[in-house]
Write a protein that binds this ligand. Structure first.
Ligand SMILES: *Cc1c(COP(=O)(O)O)cnc(C)c1O
Length: 268
């Protein structure tokens, strides 16, 4: 599919529409990462995509499971990424920032409707018997509560909007950089910035993997005290919502310098 938003009019949702129209009786749920397809290449969804998807899914009364393990707790600029839409998830999978990465912990939230399906008098046999060895670990739970309290009481999401605008204002630095020749796309959502490295700006074709340009760029980053972990040909920043302007400046200048130096050393 070679279409572009917005003229595509979400043609990419057509297969889903067809699938649900024919198989909705066999499909219990849709599982997805909202707004940002993370490990798949830091793909940012266009505005309206989730709403368009929700409209299709609602027609068939199918549950939506949202994986907000990566996007939850302000990383995209909202507490949860689905808040960019009218979509109401039936399940919400949370982890990572829930304990700020200090403790392994995850939570699966669901709706009253789903909860009630497993709630009844004992003899009805509706109990959901599935559990984990360390479910509700008290230490991890205390950390999670503390994180959630800090985010809400200190209004960290609201306060973080300024720095998101600041990050946005810095994106033109990529365009001004000599490495822009090999940048095929720049994506930004909240505290996430992704830069796609390409051999051909028009076709967005990446460099031949034999060149190992991304690995060489990672090594170049180390020279500038920057540790980067590209996903294929996508370099990205996944900044904490408490990042300061000074830190953003520092990270951006090191990031761009790394791309420029790596380009000079390895490609020109
Ligand atoms: C990190 C991540 C996971 C993995 O969670 P595990 O608990 O490590 O299995 C799942 N989904 C997304 C979106 C993630 O970023």
């Amino acid at each position: 599919m070679n279409k572009k938003y917005p003229s595509c009019k979400f043609a990419c949702l057509k297969p889903l529409n067809t699938l649900l129209a024919t198989k909705h009786k066999e499909i219990a749920a849709i599982i997805m990462e909202p707004m940002l397809h993370g490990a798949g290449g830091m793909i940012v969804f266009p505005k309206g995509y989730l709403d368009a998807l929700y409209k299709i899914v609602q027609k068939y009364d199918i549950h939506i499971i949202l994986d907000e393990v990566a996007t939850g707790f302000g990383r995209t600029g909202k507490m949860f990424a689905y808040e960019y839409s009218d979509l109401k998830p039936d399940f919400l999978c949370l982890s990572k920032a829930l304990t700020n990465g200090t403790m392994p912990f995850a939570a699966t939230l669901t709706s009253e409707e789903v909860y009630s399906a497993f709630y009844d008098d004992y003899e009805k046999g509706k109990t959901f018997y599935h559990g984990h060895t360390f479910t509700g670990n008290p230490l991890a739970s205390a950390v999670a509560l503390s994180v959630v309290n800090t985010i809400t009481k200190k209004k960290l999401i609201k306060k973080s909007q300024k720095i998101i605008h600041y990050i946005d204002s810095k994106l033109n630095l990529f365009e001004q950089s000599s490495a822009f020749k090999i940048i095929g796309d720049i994506r930004h959502l909240g505290f996430v910035v992704a830069v796609e490295i390409v051999a051909n700006k028009k076709t967005k074709k990446p460099f031949d993997s034999k060149l190992r340009f991304e690995f060489k760029t990672f090594l170049e980053g180390l020279n500038h005290n920057l540790i980067m972990r590209p996903i294929g040909n996508v370099f990205y920043l996944y900044l904490p919502i408490t990042v300061t302007k000074k830190e953003v400046d520092d990270i951006f200048s090191k990031f761009i310098l790394t791309l420029e130096r790596s380009y000079e050393k390895n490609l020109s």
